[in-house]
Structures are given as C-alpha cells and as structure tokens.
Design a protein around this ligand. Structure first.
Ligand code: PMP
Length: 453
C-alpha cells in the first residue's frame, strides 16, 4: 500500500510544481510587458504633453523599455515579433519636431571623451572675456568654433565677430533687432521664401514689436524700402539650396546655416555672408545644450546683437558654452591634422545614417502612389572629397492625388507631422523629421509603405 502511494504523491507534486511555475511565468510576463507598454507610451507621448519623466530622456526610457521587452521575450515568449507588430500598429509616431535624438548613440559610443566636469567655484561671474565685444562669450568656445569651421571649410571666421546665443533662436531675434532701424516710423519688413522655417513668423511677431514685422513669402514681397530677408540653406523644411530672392539694394540678409554641415549637404563653397547663424542643435545633435553662434562682419551689428542678449538674458550660460566647446573639439578630433577622417569620424557617421534613412524613405514612398519627395542633384563636397546628393534633416513629403490635407491624412495613420501651412505653403505638404531614433524612423517608413487609400 505504502509503495503504491509514493508514485501518486510524486505525480501530484510534479503537477502542482508545473502549475505554479506556469502561473509565475505568466505573472512575470504580463507584469513586465504591461510595464514596458506603459513606458513606451510615456516615451512617445513626451514630446506632445511635455510631461516630466524624472530626469530620464526619451531615448533612455525608450531603450530601457525595449531592452525589457526584448529580455522578457527572449526568455519567455516565442511570439515576441508578432506581439510587437500588433503593438506597433497602434503606436503614434511623432515626427513633428526636429529633435535630433538620432545622434545619441554616436555620443554614447564616444564614452567619456565628452565628459565635462565643472567645479562649484568655476564660472561664477557674469563675464567671460571683458575685452571681447561679446563680453559673455567663452574664449574656449570661440576657439572651438573657429577650429571646426576651418576643418569643415563651411564658413570664414577670420576677422569676424563671434556672438554666442542661447540657441540660434536667440541669435535670430538678436539679429532682427540689430538690423531694424530704431527711429523708423514703420516696422522693418521681415521676409523669407516659402516654404520657410515655421518659427520665423512666430519669433518675429511674438512680442508685437514696433521694430520689425513678419511680411511673409519673399517671392511675393513688393513693398518698397528696407527689409530683412532670411536665407536658410539648406532650407528647413524642403532641404533646397537657396540664395536671396528679393535682391534689392535696401535688403539686409540673415543667412541661417543650421544645416550647412557635411552629413546633410555637400560643402561646395565657403560661406562668407554678412550675418551667418549656426547651432550645435543640428550640427552635433546637442539641441539641449541650447548653444548657437553668429558669425558677423559688421562690428556695429555684432555690438547690437550683444546688447540684445545682454538685455534679454545677461549673457549665455558658461556651462553650456564649455560643454559645446568640448563637443565641437571632440568632433574636430575625429579627423587628423590633414582633415582625413579617423575611424569614428563624426560627419562620416552622420552622412552614413542620413543616406541610409533617405534610401529607406524613398523605397517606402515607391510602395504606393500616394506620396512624392523632392529630388536633389549631387555636387562635390570639398570637405569629404566626394560627390553626393543632399540628405536633408527633414523630408518635405507631398500627398499626391486628391489628398488635400496631408497632415490630417498622416495623423489618421498615426503619424504626426507638421503641415505645409505652418511653412507658408500648401496643405498638400508635410515636414517630417529625419533625425529621430532608429526605432521610430523604422516604424514610420514601415507604416508609410503600407498605407493604401
Ligand atoms: N534655424 C533653423 C532653420 C532651424 O531649423 C532651427 C531648429 N529647428 C533653428 C534655427 C533653431 O535652432 P536652435 O536649437 O539653435 O535654437
């Protein structure tokens, strides 16, 4: 009797064990995946509702979450891919902003090379260089800017004034302040050829200044008298190479060169304009550092821009300037003394990603007849010594056929973009960021290719 009972109790024990293990695994899986889903949602919604996420960046949250999902799936769930596909189907892809998170993986690979340590007793003063016309610019930052322009050959800096700003956005405002006459009864007209960068009209008229006023598309501008024309090249949103279009003697030009870097466009000339704007946001991807610089020929204009920033923010964060200087120097360090790329050369890396993404997007667009993209001719890049087509930071996508509101159409497919009207152009167009995370960009192209009307 006792002998017969033993196998039965062993069976009951095994059955109970396996039931419990199954239950634990199931709980683990559901729990982790629910957490992961919640995290992904938070990461993707962040740009929309600007929620705080306890200091973690969108990328960090996203990669933690993806990591979690992958580890859960590889150890437990055999149908992870299917589940991801189902989840991706409902996920909103937000490519409205030009947030350059694409660069984060490069900088992560650079490890400690860009680490900056600033002691509590450093940079206490408002002043950086009292002898400089721009008294709040850090000499190290100026040196790094000059070094990088010399290496890339995209702008003349010798004999020019470098004015630092909290992003090139602040410098844009400083520039239109400096170029608008003080005593004129009428505000100075500010124009740019459509499609123009959507922030220009907003920033120009934000404070309803009596000094300047947004006057729209430069191609339709016929008012006599002085004016400011903004020339963005390569252009945001359509990536075109541009020059001034009004071309009258009373015109003052601001050249916005935010994207005049080799990963986006061949560097086929050395820019030498009166007032040129640059930013780390799009050159190195450090938008959060909020540092831009203006290269200015005229001393009086540079002085007035400095005055604007003095009255606006009493200078520019020293910590940010030091960090920007470090980043710019590390970029320059990825090339040898002759300008040849080293293994981890920054602009080559950026160029490779941008080329890959543009090919991927053009392939996706071919899958249906609903969309079209601008075409770019290739030209020789004096920096990288090769001929190539532009790989703009934004795709200017046109909805073909009878889709009149492309932004709305894309939103219906859970893709957030910025519609043409924001750029003074047709609603048949949308601007799409090409600088987002790989996972987001891949999901976007995959979804775009599947759209059927
Ligand atoms: N100019 C252009 C053409 C831009 O696209 C941007 C960024 N979207 C800016 C200026 C502003 O850049 P920053 O982050 O330096 O203020």
């Amino acid at each position: 009797m006792a002998d017969k009972k033993k196998p039965l109790s062993r069976h009951v024990l095994i059955l109970s064990l396996s039931l419990n293990i199954g239950l634990i695994l199931r709980l683990l899986y559901v729990d982790e995946n629910w957490e992961a889903e919640r995290g992904i949602h938070a990461a993707f919604c962040m740009e929309d509702n600007h929620q705080q996420t306890g200091g973690a960046s969108k990328l960090e949250i996203y990669s933690q979450v993806i990591g979690k999902m992958k580890s859960v799936s590889s150890s437990i769930s055999p149908s992870y891919d299917t589940r991801m596909q189902v989840e991706n189907r409902d996920r909103i892809v937000n490519l409205d902003h030009g947030d350059p998170t694409m660069y984060q993986s490069f900088w992560e690979q650079m490890g400690d090379k860009t680490t900056v340590v600033i002691n509590g007793w450093n940079f206490i003063s408002y002043f950086s260089d009292a002898k400089n016309l721009c008294w709040f610019v850090e000499p190290d930052f100026v040196r790094a800017v000059v070094r990088l322009h010399k290496l890339v050959g995209n702008a003349i800096t010798q004999g020019r004034h470098i004015v630092v700003g909290t992003g090139s956005s602040q410098l844009y405002q400083a520039a239109i302040y400096a170029l608008s006459p003080n005593e004129s009864p009428d505000p100075m007209s500010v124009v740019s050829a459509a499609p123009y960068y959507s922030s220009y009209p907003l920033m120009t008229d934000f404070l309803k200044s009596g000094l300047h006023k947004w006057a729209g598309d430069a191609q339709n501008f016929s008012k006599s008298g002085p004016y400011i024309e903004l020339v963005t090249t390569p252009n945001n949103p359509d990536g075109s190479t541009r020059g001034a279009v009004v071309n009258r003697n009373e015109g003052l030009l601001v050249h916005d060169y935010a994207y005049f870097w080799p990963q986006y466009t061949p560097i086929s000339f050395v820019a030498d304009e009166e007032l040129m704007l640059f930013t780390v946001s799009k050159s190195t991807g450090h938008a959060g550092t909020r540092i831009g610089w203006a290269v200015v020929k005229d001393e009086e204009v540079a002085r007035k821009m400095t005055k604007y920033i003095e009255l606006n923010t009493i200078g520019v964060s020293k910590e940010s300037q030091i960090r920007a200087a470090k980043i710019l120097n590390v970029v320059a360090d990825t090339y040898d003394e002759l300008g040849n790329p080293k293994e981890d050369a920054f602009f080559e890396h950026g160029y490779r990603i941008m080329t890959k993404r543009w090919n991927q997007l053009r392939e996706a667009v071919k899958r249906n007849n609903l969309f079209s993209l601008p075409k770019f001719s290739s030209s020789f890049c004096n920096f990288s010594h090769r001929k190539y087509e532009a790989n703009p930071a934004f795709a200017w996508l046109k909805c073909e056929g009878d889709i009149e509101d492309c932004e709305k159409f894309m939103r219906e497919h859970k893709i957030l973009t910025r519609g043409g009207k924001h750029f003074g152009f047709s609603t048949k167009y949308v601007r799409i960021s090409m600088l987002d995370l790989d996972a987001n960009f891949d999901l976007f192209t995959e979804r775009l290719s599947r759209i059927r009307q």
